[in-house]
Structures are given as C-alpha cells and as structure tokens.
Ligand binder design. Structure first.
Ligand SMILES: NC(=O)c1ccc[n+]([C@@H]2O[C@H](COP(=O)([O-])OP(=O)(O)OC[C@H]3O[C@@H](n4cnc5c(N)ncnc54)[C@H](OP(=O)(O)O)[C@@H]3O)[C@@H](O)[C@H]2O)c1
Length: 171
C-alpha cells in the first residue's frame, strides 16, 4: 500500500505562492485549516520551507525534508533526496502531505493524488509559482469559502482537487 500524496498550498489568483520569501498573506482561518489538516501527519517539505517553519512543528509531525545535503539533521524526521524516496519511506502511512515550497510542488506534482488549494483572491503579479492545475487532470470535489472581513484582508476558497484517472473518463 502506498501513501496518498496530497499537496497543500495557498495560491494567488494569478498562480503564485510567495513573493520570494515567506507566505504573502496573513489569513487566520487558513492557518487553522493548515494546522488541522497537517496534524499528526508525515510532511514533505523543501529545505527552504522547512527552515522557515522551524519552531512550528508539533510532536505528531514527521517531516521529510528534500535537500541535496544528506547530512541535514531533521529532528523527528529525515532528509530525503527525491520525492519517490519520500513516498517509499511513507509507505506505512495513509497520507503524505507536501507543504511546499515552489521547487517541491514542482517535483511532487506528477506524483500527487490530491490537491488542497487555498485560492486567495489577490493578484501578486510575480513571484514563486504553483504548477498549473490542468482541468484535464484534476477535478474539484469540494470547496469552502471565506469572505473578506476584519481578520481577512482577502477572501479565499479552499478547494480540494482529485486526480482524474483515465478509468474515470472512460466510465
Ligand atoms: N503559499 C504557500 O502555500 C507556501 C507553502 C510553502 C512555502 N511557501 C513559500 O515558498 C518559498 C520557498 O519555496 P522555494 O521553491 O524557494 O524553496 P523550497 O521548495 O521550500 O526548497 C528548495 C530546496 O529544496 C531542495 N530541493 C529542491 N529540489 C530538489 C531535488 N530535486 N533534490 C534534492 N533537493 C531538492 C533544495 O535544498 P538544498 O538547497 O538544501 O539542497 C532547495 O534549495 C518560501 O517563500 C515559502 O514561504 C509558500
């Protein structure tokens, strides 16, 4: 049994996840969603994102960090050199959740089964991009909206996509 690979990301209306460093939005309801979805799960992160998130991890997390440095020490987790290696290590799990950043989303997209995308209604104009979500390959199966309010400078929708398999299309 292999783990389902889920990519979770917050993406601007024009397809960006970051202006270059850090996440460009402060959206409390999205932070809660991210924390709840990733709770007690194995995570796959790029080394840059991992370092940005140091201090955030909880004892139930098991971070697998993609890096060219095999000596990187990852408390309660492990350094990995490829997405397939991470998937092999996570075979014992039901799910492996890929938390970015841009290089890792790019490397993991072809292996992904599910995408959970916070679609933020803001135009960034440039930055680090999330891979294109092709309608031929992905179907949205659920969505939840958050309106703009005093706590949220931008409205957003959290959309779950499942990969469309050829069998589904033939049916
Ligand atoms: N909006 C969102 O949802 C979201 C989510 C996550 C992150 N972010 C943002 O994204 C940005 C970081 O993204 P990023 O693309 O710069 O960095 P990243 O994907 O987090 O990490 C890049 C690092 O991963 C390692 N790596 C990449 N490809 C590899 C490969 N094929 N084999 C082995 N190692 C590989 C390298 O580490 P080494 O240099 O150690 O070899 C590389 O420097 C940050 O600004 C972060 O805040 C946004």
């Amino acid at each position: 049994m292999s783990a389902t690979l889920t990519l979770i990301a917050a993406v601007s209306a024009d397809g960006y996840i970051s202006r270059g460093s850090g996440v460009p939005w402060d959206l409390p309801a999205d932070r809660v969603h991210f924390r709840q979805y990733t709770q007690d799960k194995w995570l796959l992160l790029g080394r840059r994102t991992y370092e940005e998130m140091l201090g955030w991890f909880k004892p139930g997390h098991h971070p697998l960090v993609l890096t060219h440095d095999p000596k990187l020490i990852v408390p309660n987790g492990k350094a990995v050199s490829s997405v397939p290696e991470a998937l092999r290590l996570a075979e014992c799990q039901r799910e492996l959740v890929c938390c970015g950043g841009a290089e890792i989303y790019q490397a993991a997209m072809t292996h992904a089964h599910r995408l959970i995308i916070t679609e933020v209604r803001e135009i960034l104009g440039s930055g680090l991009a999330f891979p294109k979500i092709s309608k031929q390959d992905w179907a949205s199966v659920s969505r939840r909206s958050q309106a703009r309010d005093d706590d949220h400078a931008f409205s957003f929708e959290i959309v779950t996509y499942q990969r469309i398999h050829r069998m589904d299309l033939a049916a």
